[in-house]
Design a protein around this ligand. Structure first.
Ligand SMILES: [Zn+2]
Length: 376
């Protein structure tokens, strides 16, 4: 099965038979809804996201896999309330990005791609570089000078070329855009197959809960690829008749840099200018999300919302998670702080099934965590 990619801005439809990261009009592309899958279609012997291969818009079995997906779903008490933590931190590269990167790289191999490049604050760069290495593709990653050292080291260890760009995060993206003539821009924020990969999180939660739909899912969110993947995955399961309702999706942002919260508070349908401040949650410090309108629409469709977390609550949440045996980076810890807030203001209830997605491993950010723990 191959996907058809559609531009929501101008309506142009492209067959996904060649490397293409956006529409000719400049807008981001979406894959048309997939066929979904029914329970018997799950390749249950495969302990990875490839158990849902029947639902993916790929022509062939994967050419490259590092065993990504099928991450643990662990039940723990949080503020005295039972919560399910989804340990996306236990992916091959230590972050949820491997779902999107693995599926996108396999698509690019199917349609024939040469050298690739990407811009990233860290985790997506680590993931794309890792899968490019596994696929034998040449890869260059543009990173901001502020990127956590652990992530830059991880990228360099794959053999990818690391280009450190001074200035703002936008300057990093501009450098990647300027390189489009040299290699394919394998952007996790733009390429629709990245979301095709993140949708497997929806399938996985549904299966791990005994083929049930959770009530609430909280996700640390920058550009929103997990929100869009969850929306797409649960939508496909509804279309095929396996489920009859959607979970409420909550995008968790650091109050200091919350593009989605600014638009949400203004009841806007698309991006609203706001003033960003520094945050320790580097993975979601996104000033200009590419698919803001789509993410806002997905949150509204789910009757969910945006939860912001003050900077002072991120460190305590990280420590509380650590004491449960859940060692995560500050970006992921925002979800712990957010579930406390949503319980406290009764947006969500203790008797509901709530999923907290822990997006990245603590080993990626030991420099920042050492500061939080007052280690010298
Ligand atoms: Zn277009």
């Amino acid at each position: 099965m191959t996907g058809m990619a559609r531009c929501p801005t101008c309506g142009t439809v492209y067959p996904s038979d060649r490397p293409r990261w956006r529409c000719d009009c400049g807008g981001p592309l979406d894959l048309e809804p997939g066929p979904g899958l029914r329970r018997p279609d799950i390749a249950a012997a495969d302990a990875s996201l490839w158990r849902y291969r029947a639902a993916l818009a790929l022509k062939r079995p994967p050419q490259v896999s590092l065993g990504e997906g099928w991450t643990p779903l662990v039940a723990r008490d949080w503020d005295g309330v039972p919560v399910h933590f989804k340990l996306e931190s236990q992916m091959p590269t230590g972050s949820f990005k491997d779902r999107g990167a693995a599926v996108m790289l396999n698509h690019l191999l199917e349609v024939g791609v040469g050298p690739i490049h990407e811009d990233s604050s860290g985790n997506a760069g680590s993931s794309i570089a890792t899968y490019a290495a596994a696929a034998g593709l040449r890869c260059r990653i543009y990173v901001p000078a502020s990127a956590p050292r652990g992530k830059v080291v991880q990228i360099a260890a794959t053999g990818a070329e690391v280009r450190v760009i001074p200035g703002t995060r936008q300057a990093v993206t501009d450098a990647a855009l300027a390189a489009i003539g040299e290699s394919f821009y394998a952007s996790h924020n733009w390429h629709p197959y990245f979301i095709e990969g993140t949708k497997t999180l929806a399938y996985e939660l549904w299966e791990q809960l005994g083929f049930a739909v959770p009530d609430n899912i909280l996700v640390p969110t920058g550009y929103g690829s997990n929100i869009l993947g969850l929306d797409r995955g649960f939508d496909e399961l509804i279309r095929v008749g396996e489920i009859s309702r959607r979970p409420r999706l909550f995008a968790v942002q650091a109050e200091n840099c919350s593009a989605l919260a600014a638009a949400w508070a203004a009841s806007a349908a698309d991006y609203m200018p706001f003033t960003p401040h520094p945050t320790i949650a580097d993975g979601i410090a996104t000033v200009r999300p590419v698919r803001t309108a789509e993410v806002l629409a997905a949150l509204r469709r789910s009757n969910g919302g945006v939860a912001t977390v003050p900077e002072a609550e991120i460190g305590p949440a990280l420590k509380a998670l650590g004491r449960l045996g859940l060692f995560v980076e500050p970006t992921a810890a925002t979800a712990g702080a957010a579930v406390s807030r949503l319980l406290r203001d009764r947006t969500i209830r203790p008797d509901q099934t709530t999923i907290v997605v822990l997006t990245g491993h603590g080993l990626k950010a030991t420099d920042k965590i050492a500061e939080l723990l007052d280690l010298h």
